[in-house]
Design a binder for this molecule. Structure first.
Ligand code: SAH
Length: 218
């Protein structure tokens, strides 16, 4: 069950959360503003209501999680979004990360491979606030060739390697933020695609994501 009441207490806890992630090093004010604005507790079961604004991941069913706010902020900051950027997200999950990007003005196309999680978002009224946020059921390794190319790609599951189709679907000069690694810990990478289809790669901090799995799960 979920509750959709945004009380003064929730708003206060959100301000504290923003202070916490600012102290951890997030400087992009538009990212912090989006986190301040979006009621994160709407995106999880009401059993987590009292702890929804702690800086940690929570279960959302199907063995998946809503990412830690610091991680959401970190990836969003690395994207260096411009208003109206067309963004592909792999791993919709709770849709919280997708809403942060939509709140920052991006046009977001997000893919989820778990049918149950995809279906849950269809009934989630809060998401109607973002008419330019589009949901797809599918395998993120394939991307969305019909809607490509994208200005930015964000992968929110641990990728064992850089999926070549996602690089192909980036515009020249476009960026991809992706945690790469097969063990418990992944390296956050940022790729910048070149005109000729190649890319340069920057390496950032370590994070721990649920795995990016091939194929769909009906
Ligand atoms: N962005 C999410 C994070 C969810 S966790 C949020 O803000 O809540 C990662 C999600 O990626 C899970 O829901 C998982 O099912 C999904 N996932 C894993 N492999 C995938 C793939 N190949 N294609 C699409 N989604 C995938």
């Amino acid at each position: 069950m979920r509750t959709f009441e945004d009380s003064y207490r929730h708003k206060g806890l959100r301000r504290q959360l923003v202070d916490v992630i600012r102290q951890k090093g997030i400087t992009d004010e538009r990212v912090l503003e989006a986190i301040l604005h979006i009621p994160r507790h709407f995106f999880m079961d009401s059993a987590f209501d009292k702890i929804a604004y702690e800086d940690r991941a929570f279960p959302i069913g199907e063995e998946q999680t809503i990412s830690q706010p610091y991680t959401v902020a970190y990836q969003s900051q690395l994207l260096e979004l411009k208003p109206f950027d067309k963004v592909l997200e792999i791993g919709t999950g709770s849709a919280y990360q997708a809403c942060v990007l939509a709140e920052m003005g991006a046009q977001v196309y997000t893919i989820e491979r778990q049918k149950k999680l995809f279906d849950l978002n269809k009934q989630f009224q809060y998401l109607k606030k973002y008419p330019r946020l589009k949901f797809f059921f599918g395998d993120g390794y394939e991307g969305l060739p019909t809607y490509a190319p994208f200005d930015k790609v964000i992968v929110t599951a641990a990728a064992p390697f850089i999926p070549p189709k996602l690089v192909e679907q980036l515009k020249p000069g476009g960026r991809m933020v992706i945690p790469v690694g097969e063990g418990q810990v992944q390296r956050m990478l940022r790729l910048i695609r070149h005109e000729d289809g190649g890319y340069t790669q920057e390496i950032f901090d370590n994070f721990s994501f649920v795995p990016m799995v091939e194929g769909k799960n009906n």
